[in-house]
Design a protein. Sequence first.
Length: 319
Amino acid sequence: MMSRTKQLMLLNRLVQAIPIMILATFLVFSLLKLVPGDIAITIAGENATEERIQEIRELYGLNQPFLVQYGNWLLSAVQGDFGQSLLSGEPVLDTISRVFPNTLFIVVYAVILSVLIGVPLGILASSRPNSRLDGAIMGASSLGVAVPNFWLGMVLVSIFALTWNWFPATGFTSPGVSFTAALWFATLPAVALCTNGIAEVARQLRSSLVEIHSSQHVRTLHAKGLSPSVILWKHGLKNVSVNLLTVISLLFNKALAATVVVETVFAIPGMGNTIVKAVLEGDFPVVQGAVLAMVVTVILVNLVTDVLYTVLDPRITQV
């Protein structure tokens, strides 16, 4: 049973999230209005009469003031109605339900790879600080942070897809259809997304563990005869778990944002690719609904992180 203090903390986080969601949707709504072109002409066709274009504007509310348009959309979104695509007529919620699982699968895959590779590298570097091994790992980590996701994605496609034919260059299979096929299609995109994450996990973990190993508490444990492995697992990693959780949650959010580029490179039918296409085609309802879904996802990840904080360290209960 969650304590009242923790319940108040989560309620406070939810209240703080509301203005963030409103601000995010308002900014996207505002920026879309700055996109060149008239969506009414796009829907009606270039050869449409002025009367037909005016009918389209009235039908979709495009002739109303900006704030009225935004208020109507926000009110409908709160009720679960994100509208319909201006071009295909498909409900936006159906579009999100179809493509968002693909994006989440790739992002989770990338975060798992970041942790599985970054944690051992961080531990290895911290075991021999200021050594050649430490320098090599930290140098590789700096390179991993600097390499752009889209460039690495194109390199991976060129080598592992087009040259060696180990993985597909484009496309995706839903994990609901075939989990193994989804892993096969998602491997290159996940690798392109996780290099930055591996570097961040390794660097943050190495820094935290070096600081802990040099503390008086750990020196006392060494003096008592505890083995380095026991000190690492029972004291080192336990003390850095909160910092590591923070890094992982930030990696998830960064990877989710980076899918806008990576999914375009690999032609994956996900949220990122959907947003890019909708922006280029002026399909405003799809962009607004997709961005709102991603903002809500980030907020939920932060809420889950806050809950896990209290599990890893019960002292964290301040509202």
